[in-house]
Design a protein around this ligand. Structure first.
Ligand SMILES: Cc1cc2nc3c(=O)[nH]c(=O)nc-3n(C[C@H](O)[C@H](O)[C@H](O)COP(=O)(O)OP(=O)(O)OC[C@H]3O[C@@H](n4cnc5c(N)ncnc54)[C@H](O)[C@@H]3O)c2cc1C
Length: 401
């Protein structure tokens, strides 16, 4: 009987093994994860869970019993330390396990501040896993002073939580504007104003020079020469694909684990999905860091392990919660040259175009704008720009035009 071993018990790994079983795979399945917790969702880590408004058990993607009930051997708490791709074995916790097919769903690793600028001081945190957030949460309390390094979604969500908790929050972003890598100037402006209205001190075009403190952080010097007294620091400066096991297996890397359109790596018995995988997209290659991508790609790989030969075609969507604002994004805005703004009935959305081609929408407290944008993208339709901008246009009418 064939044995599928999956390394990385996160969003993609959990989806992959569940899909194998629900699709009738009858062989052996082993899911290996280095964290102690069963597979869990990460988005609440920088939102409701950090805020203390969500129980840990609600993070778990499936009840722990699901794995045993479905004949999935779950090995937690130990990293894979060796892979022999020729012998088709993986080593974990001193045990060597044979596989027929191997899937790598190892996610990503947060970039950290180097020790040379104080990154190893106490009170400096990243927001990647439960361990990080459980260590940080007791420090997120009223009246304390926090520096957030990085104005991407993770940094901004952490800033919103800290501000809601009554902390004094300063956020530095080295680029000219927050969210520069991922969103339009209009979206950046909206979130800058939102944070400022909650008292967050946002400093753009300013980086961190170094942290100060003896053993524990007590201050920071910024690139403009200013200094801050601090109680803690949260670092949200991006992630790197986790390629350790892929390197052990000797598969090709290219901004993550290189796969073909089926999710297969350069070794025909080894697959990859989720944050760690880069795959063909519109004549190039892309790696996506989102829940939806992790689930859909992992399910596609599960079917392909069973011989379906499916191409993975992403239908990207993403969300971010900050204060009472919900941002929902459909599509990918890569290569946009025009933004159409729509303001209607208390909602706001920014529609990205390349020429006349509709690429993506950022919908702010606007679930309808998001749903219609998503539908338009899946239908391959590009709505007329003037109609989108006109608040009198019924959004649903765009689907029929
Ligand atoms: C704080 C935070 C907020 C987020 N918010 C959103 C959001 O609002 N919307 C959204 O769409 N996405 C969000 N994301 C991104 C989303 O959570 C990820 O894209 C998703 O978890 C990727 O799934 P994955 O399975 O590829 O990786 P992960 O879920 O990270 O799982 C990978 C697992 O592999 C394990 N692993 C790695 N190496 C080894 C090894 N050698 N041996 C054994 N195990 C190993 C890791 O420990 C980890 O548990 C957020 C992420 C974070 C951290």
């Amino acid at each position: 009987m064939s044995h599928v071993v999956v390394i990385g018990a996160g969003q993609a790994g959990s989806s992959l093994v569940a899909k194998l079983r629900s699709s009738g795979f009858e062989g052996q399945i082993t899911l290996i994860g280095e964290e102690n917790a069963p597979p869990y969702q990460r988005p609440p880590l920088s939102k409701a869970y950090l805020l203390g408004e969500m129980e840990k058990e609600r993070l778990f993607l499936r009840p722990e019993a699901f794995y045993a009930d479905n004949g999935i051997a779950l090995k937690l708490g130990q990293p894979v330390t060796a892979i022999d791709a020729a012998a088709k074995t993986v080593t974990v916790g001193g045990e060597t396990i044979g596989y027929d097919q191997l899937a790598l769903t190892t996610g990503s690793i947060p970039r950290r501040l180097p020790a040379s600028i104080g990154g190893d001081l106490g009170g400096v945190f990243t927001v990647r896993d439960l361990k990080d957030v459980d260590a940080m949460a007791p420090e997120v309390t009223e009246g304390r002073r926090v520096l957030i390094v990085g104005g991407g979604y993770i940094g901004l969500e952490a800033a919103a939580v800290c501000s809601k908790k009554g902390m004094q929050v300063t956020l530095v972003e080295m680029a000219d504007r927050i969210l520069q890598r991922v969103a339009s100037p209009q979206t950046s402006n909206y979130f800058r104003d939102l944070h400022k209205s909650h008292g967050v001190d946002i400093r753009e075009g300013v980086g961190l020079s170094h942290l100060t403190g003896e053993g524990r952080v007590s201050g920071a010097v910024l690139s403009d020469g200013s200094d801050l007294a601090l109680d803690m620091v949260i670092v949200g400066v991006g992630i790197l694909p986790a390629t350790g096991p892929a390197e052990m297996a000797g598969v090709e890397l290219e901004n993550g684990i290189r796969t073909d359109a089926h999710g297969r790596t350069s070794n025909p018995s080894i697959w990859a999905a989720g944050d760690c995988a880069s795959f063909p997209y519109k004549g190039g290659r892309i790696r996506l860091e989102s829940v939806q991508n992790a689930i859909d790609q992992a399910e596609c790989v599960a079917l392909n392990i069973m011989g379906e030969g499916k191409h993975y075609v992403p239908e990207p969507w993403f969300w971010s919660d900050q204060y009472d604002t919900k941002l929902q994004i459909a599509g990918l805005n890569i290569g946009y040259d025009e933004i159409v703004t729509r303001e209607a009935e208390g909602t706001l959305s920014f529609w990205y175009y390349k020429g006349d081609q509709f690429l993506a929408v950022d919908a702010i407290n606007d679930p309808r704008g998001y749903m219609v944008g998503k539908r338009l993208l899946s239908m391959g339709k590009s709505p007329d720009k003037a109609a989108v901008a006109d608040p009198a246009t019924e959004l649903k009418a765009l689907l029929k035009a």
